[in-house]
Design a protein around this ligand. Structure first.
Ligand code: XMP
Ligand code: MG
Length: 187
C-alpha cells in the first residue's frame, strides 16, 4: 500500500493569504492595542505568523486547557494567562473551533476578569459539530466534518510542523499514526 492521497485544505500560499487577511482586519479593529491569547499548543504556528503581520503592537500570552476526563468535552485551565486583562481588549487565538466547548469555557474565564472586549480568531471553523454556540469574529477557513492536521494541528502530537493544512482519515491514523508522513513531509 502506497502513501494515501491527501486533500489539501490550505496550501502555503493560501495560508499566507488567510493570515494576511486576518492580520489586516485585527490591525484595523484594535488600533488601541490588544492582548493576543494563544491557546496552546495548536495555535502556535498560526499565532507566530499572524503576530508578525500585525501593524499594531500586541501583547502575546498563552493559555493551556486540558480535559477533566476523556470524552466528556469538559475542560479546565492548565495554564492561565499571565497578563491581567482587566480593562484590556483581548483576542483569543484558536487553531480550530469544533464543538465550541473549549472556546466557550475560555470566553467565560476571560470575561470574569472584566476585559474591555474579547474577540475570537480561529484558523479553522468546523461548525458541523458545534455543541455550544460561540461567536467567531475572525475565521481563516470553514471546513466540513473532516479531521485536519498540519500548520499546528496534530494527531497525537504528530504533524504539527507540516506546512499545509490537510484532511486526514482518523481510521487510517488509528491503524498507523505515521500514515501521512510520506504524503505531508516533502522528501
Ligand atoms: P472543541 O470541540 O472544544 O475542540 O471546539 C477544540 C480542540 O479540539 C482539537 N481538535 C482538533 N485537532 N484536528 C486537530 O488536530 C482536528 O480536526 C481537530 N478537531 C478538534 C483541537 O485541539 C482544538 O483546540
Ligand atoms: Mg490537538
Amino acid at each position: 500500500m502506497g502513501p494515501p492521497d491527501v486533500e489539501i485544505v490550505l496550501d502555503e500560499a493560501a495560508i499566507d493569504e488567510t493570515v494576511d487577511r486576518l492580520a489586516s482586519r485585527i490591525s484595523a479593529d484594535f488600533s488601541d492595542g490588544v492582548v493576543l491569547a494563544g491557546v496552546l499548543r495548536g495555535s502556535v504556528p498560526f499565532l507566530s505568523d499572524l503576530v508578525r503581520r500585525l501593524t499594531i503592537r500586541p501583547l502575546v500570552d498563552f493559555v493551556a486547557i486540558t480535559p477533566y476526563a476523556p470524552n466528556t468535552g469538559r475542560v479546565r485551565l492548565l495554564k492561565d494567562l499571565d497578563i491581567d486583562v482587566a480593562g484590556r481588549e483581548v483576542v483569543v487565538i484558536e487553531d480550530i473551533v469544533d464543538t465550541g466547548l473549549t472556546t466557550a469555557f475560555l470566553l467565560g474565564e476571560i470575561r470574569r476578569r472584566q476585559p474591555a472586549r474579547v474577540a475570537v480568531c480561529t484558523l479553522v471553523d468546523r461548525p458541523a459539530r458545534r455543541v455550544v454556540p460561540v461567536e467567531l469574529d475572525y475565521v481563516g477557513v470553514e471546513i466540513p466534518d473532516v479531521f485536519v492536521v498540519g500548520y499546528g494541528l496534530d494527531h497525537e502530537g504528530r504533524y504539527r510542523n507540516v506546512r499545509v493544512l490537510a484532511v486526514a482519515d482518523r481510521d487510517l491514523l488509528a491503524a498507523d499514526p505515521d500514515a501521512y508522513v510520506a504524503a505531508l513531509y516533502p522528501a
